[in-house]
Design a protein around this ligand. Structure first.
Ligand code: UDP
Length: 315
């Protein structure tokens, strides 16, 4: 297959590029580099089966030759990034998804949308199943990301129904691993960076809010299986991919300090908690188990050790 990955120089996009190249496919990575970085794909430079195109997918995408699959992963994805780029976030979810779907329709390619657990907002149902419609504040600071992804899901289903495009939607829950940006503001790089600098970890609020963390290799395996699934009506419906291992942010901070032998402890920064920060989040992965035969395999400590090793050379 010849695969277009938008956001191909980002955290997940670059891991997807590696995986599809390893399976013998060829990859075009497209990125405008506002939050992506060519360091993530530098090891692929010069390969005949890999191409990087610097392009903002909110503008029309010109591509010669056949394309068999479009993986739409372009978007700022961390709260501080989408607070910094609110309009770009809305545009890439709306106009960017439209252009990426346009490529899929024109080239008769399969389409995979990177959606998010954020479409559930601050959930009133726990854990979150795919049929839960969510609890999102449209006008809050996180609304730019949540609503962009909700629109992207609606547009993807519209192309599926109206234009018969073979589409997939994955709702990605908190994922971590190598190639996250140390300064992307998310809890995993923040905590590991602080721990390696021997600083106290900054817990926002009282740390009782929960997340469920999935190691990147597990996520990529789930995405790969979802894309490879034969077409069917059910394959087009959204699938949660994430690790159901839920913990409070305070507990998570203690794990990071323990794994890094950080003596500096924890400080609470109540005022730094962003309005609308979900209080709980845990994927129900029953559907992924049945449809893909997938579940996460890498334990939190193991994934964190690998991520800590990656960040060690970078702080
Ligand atoms: N958080 C924290 N300290 C930090 C960064 C984040 O306590 O230095 C909290 C944040 O308030 C949220 C959780 O960690 O409750 C996860 O935040 P992240 O930005 O990683 O992603 P989110 O799951 O909110 O999209």
């Amino acid at each position: 297959m010849r695969i277009l990955i938008t956001g191909g120089a980002g955290f997940l996009g670059s891991h997807l590029a590696d995986r599809f190249l390893a399976e013998g496919h060829s990859v075009i990575a497209m990125d405008n580099l506002i939050t992506g970085n060519t360091d993530n794909i530098a090891h692929l430079a010069g390969r005949p089966d890999f191409r990087f195109i610097r392009h903002d997918v909110t503008h029309y995408i010109f591509l010669d030759g056949p394309i068999d699959a479009v993986l739409h992963f372009a978007s700022p994805a961390s709260p501080i990034d989408y607070l910094k780029y609110p309009i770009q976030t809305l545009k890439v979810g709306a106009l960017g998804t439209h252009n990426a779907l346009g490529v899929a329709k024109h080239k008769n390619a399969r389409f995979l949308l990177a959606s998010t657990s954020e479409i559930y907002g601050d959930p009133l149902v726990h854990p979150q199943r795919e049929d839960y419609p969510g609890n999102v504040v449209t006008i809050g600071p996180r609304g730019v990301y949540d609503e962009a992804k909700r629109f992207a899901e609606a547009l993807t289903m519209a192309y599926h129904r109206a234009h018969k495009v073979d589409t997939r939607i994955v709702r990605i829950f908190n994922t971590f691993g190598e190639r996250m940006r140390l300064d992307d503001g998310r809890v995993v790089p923040n905590f590991i960076g602080q721990a390696l600098r021997r600083e106290p970890l900054t817990v926002y609020g009282d740390g009782s809010q929960t997340r469920s963390f999935c190691y990147v290799a597990d996520l990529i395996e789930g995405l790969f299986r979802l894309l490879m699934l034969p077409p069917s009506e059910d394959a087009a419906n959204p699938v949660n991919i994430g690790n159901p291992n839920e913990m409070s942010i305070l507990e998570f901070a203690k794990v990071v300090n323990m794994l890094t032998d950080n003596p500096a402890g924890i400080i609470f920064k109540k005022q730094d908690r962003i309005e609308g920060d979900p209080q709980t989040r845990q994927p129900d992965i029953t559907r992924a188990r049945k449809l893909l035969g997938w579940e996460p395999r890498v334990a939190l400590h193991e994934g964190l050790q690998r991520t800590i090793r990656y960040f060690e050379g970078r702080v």
